[in-house]
Design a protein around this ligand. Structure first.
Ligand SMILES: [Fe+2]
Length: 305
């Protein structure tokens, strides 16, 4: 089936451009989270047979479609009533053709449930569930693009040398993502990029730059990116809230420990620099922690530049 380009839906007036409506998007995302929670609870009590299959498919469909709609509101589009346009928008969000084809088939099948009484088996329902779980984290998160991140940095008078560091950390972090993806680990690349680009946004602010940066990025409406900022520092590793735990958090934490100014160096060299610059007696614990993360992310692979 040929799925039209999103731009064609705009040309024909099916989708209209409007100013971004973040409020509406956030409201929709709240609803999506509730629906997903309800589905997860229901799944735990459901017998593993061919019952409730249509409920699973319908719920997953709603969760995905509403998440896409939220993205469209954020990006300044009024989705109107065309589900096809929403499916097509996945392409603009960076999803690959197999995802779009699967989603369009799901749209078609869900119409079958709604209007023709089609009943699907549990195998298909499980496939849909699996698909939803895989694309949901990428849809639900509100992530600024790399261009938006640079704009935010400039608007906030971040100095050129800090921006050069942030760009270098971002570039390095993409190489770490490549290593993990090769191993079949699913990482949200855009979330990593935004976290890397914004992690030192408040580097020169008075107080703890990690926490000030976290609060600031959160106030911009990017809570997931803010969490990455919160977990990139060395000073708060004793505080469990500030310890990197997700892949994305670990990648940015680690990449920052491999980039001195705007140059890739070994973790040892970076820590030697930190020790001198911040006049620390020793950085043994922090270095050990960083090397553990290095092992977890890279295994035996090396990224030298
Ligand atoms: Fe940094």
């Amino acid at each position: 089936m040929n799925i039209k380009k999103f731009e064609e839906f705009i040309k024909t007036g099916v989708v209209k451009k409007q100013s971004p409506n973040r409020q509406r998007a956030l409201h929709l995302l709240e609803e999506v989270k509730d629906k997903k929670q309800f589905l997860n609870k229901a799944l735990k009590t459901m017998p593993p047979k061919d019952v409730y299959t249509n409920f699973i498919i319908d719920s997953c469909y709603d969760i995905i479609m509403e998440s896409i709609r939220a993205k469209m509101f954020t990006d300044g589009y009024n989705p109107g009533n065309s589900h096809q346009a929403e499916v097509s928008y996945l392409r603009n969000l960076g999803f690959l053709e197999p995802h779009i084809i699967f989603m369009d088939e799901l749209r078609y099948n869900r119409n079958g449930i709604k209007y023709y009484g089609t009943i699907f088996d549990r195998e298909y329902a499980d496939n849909v569930l699996d698909f939803m779980e895989r694309i949901y984290p990428k849809l639900i998160v509100n992530i600024p693009t790399r261009e938006e991140c640079i704009k935010i940095l400039k608007e906030n008078n971040v100095t050129d040398n800090i921006i050069a560091h942030l760009k270098a950390v971002c570039e390095f972090s993409m190489k770490v993502v490549d290593v993990l993806e090769k191993k079949g680990i699913n990482v949200n690349r855009e979330l990593v990029a935004a976290g890397a680009l914004l992690h030192d946004i408040k580097k020169l602010a008075p107080g703890n730059h990690v926490i000030v940066g976290y609060e600031f990025v959160k106030s911009l409406g990017y809570p997931e990116v803010a969490l990455i900022v919160k977990k990139h520092g060395l000073a708060d590793l004793k505080n469990d809230d500030c310890v990197p735990k997700t892949w994305e958090e670990k990648i940015v934490f680690y990449s920052d420990k491999r980039v001195k100014n705007d140059r890739v160096v070994s973790a040892d060299e970076r820590f030697e620099y930190i020790k001198q610059k911040y006049n620390k007696a020793d950085v043994e614990i922090e270095l050990k922690f960083t090397k553990e993360i290095e092992k977890e992310l890279l295994g035996n692979e090396k990224i030298l530049n």
